[in-house]
Ligand binder design. Structure first.
Ligand SMILES: [Zn+2]
Length: 76
């Protein structure tokens, strides 16, 4: 199953920068933690999880570790 990271923005939208990175399945705009994200929000490859200067969603991280243990183990 493919995953990708999707950005959550603050009140200022994309101009305000990424507040938190979530993980979504495929092209979905609803994060694994259940949060609805802007379908137009920036995405990153799942391998960047935990490597961004911005924070990553802890709940998404827990789900992601369970669904993609190999990918996550390679990039803790
Ligand atoms: Zn999340």
């Amino acid at each position: 199953m493919m995953h990708q990271m999707r950005a959550e923005y603050g009140a200022d939208g994309e101009a305000g920068g990424v507040r938190l990175w979530h993980m979504v399945r495929g092209e979905e705009s609803v994060a694994m933690c259940g949060r609805e994200l802007d379908p137009a929000a920036r995405v990153r490859e799942a391998v960047d999880w935990g490597k961004t200067p911005e924070l990553c969603c802890h709940t998404c991280g827990a789900y992601f570790l369970r669904e993609a243990p190999y990918l996550a183990a390679e990039h803790p």
